[in-house]
Write a protein that binds this ligand. Structure first.
Ligand SMILES: [Zn+2]
Length: 195
């Protein structure tokens, strides 16, 4: 956008000023309606314009370009189903890991105290830093487990660790989920919904 002090530009800037951050974000659904990620308004617009996505929720405000008026996409759905390859699975962060595990220690269930990242199979024994091998552990449990396998110290995993669903990253990346996204995210809620 060219910035000058002409009338139309001032108008444009004024309009931009009205837009709360969340409206500039667009929820992207797979063809199956499963939430995939969040993209920018511009990206959503391009996907729709190219026929790769359709608008399933729009905002009640026109999106204007220099010459035309368009729907303001709020939720879009890809026309073709995309498989999320395991290779591009999101990187592990403590925040995402703790959120996946509900901000509690998987071994003792406590939510108090300091949470740590634990490799179920310790790295010293060849354990990988993958979603399937890391869990949230309170500091005392982590200390107790040390460099051993859970069963060696009579600790038990309640469930097999798995990569989180995309919805977890959407919630983590969007501090305030727009109300009209909830019906799409809700069915995929995890223990992280309140996080
Ligand atoms: Zn614990």
């Amino acid at each position: 956008m060219k910035v000058s002090d002409t009338g139309p530009t001032r108008f444009h800037l004024r309009v931009v000023g009205y837009i709360p951050g969340t409206v500039q974000q667009v929820l992207v659904l797979n063809a199956s309606y499963e939430p995939l990620n969040v993209c920018s308004l511009r990206r959503a617009y391009v996907l729709v314009f190219k026929g790769k996505a359709e608008v399933v929720e729009e905002l009640d405000r026109p999106l204007r370009s220099a010459t035309d008026t368009y729907q303001w996409p709020h939720v879009i759905r890809l026309v073709h189903y995309v498989r999320v390859p395991r290779m591009v699975q999101r990187k592990i962060s403590r925040r995402a890991l703790f959120a996946r595990d509900g901000w509690r220690c998987v071994y003792c269930g406590t939510t108090a105290g300091r949470l740590t990242l634990d490799h179920v199979i310790p790295r010293s024994k060849g354990g990988d830093s993958t979603w399937e091998n890391v869990v949230t552990s309170c500091a005392p449990c982590n200390l107790r487990k040390g460099n051993r396998l859970p069963h060696e110290v009579h600790m038990e995993l309640p469930a097999r660790p798995r990569p989180p669903a995309p919805v977890l990253f959407i919630r983590l990346a969007t501090p305030k989920i727009p109300q009209r996204w909830e019906q799409y995210l809700g069915p995929y809620a995890t223990s992280t919904a309140a996080a």
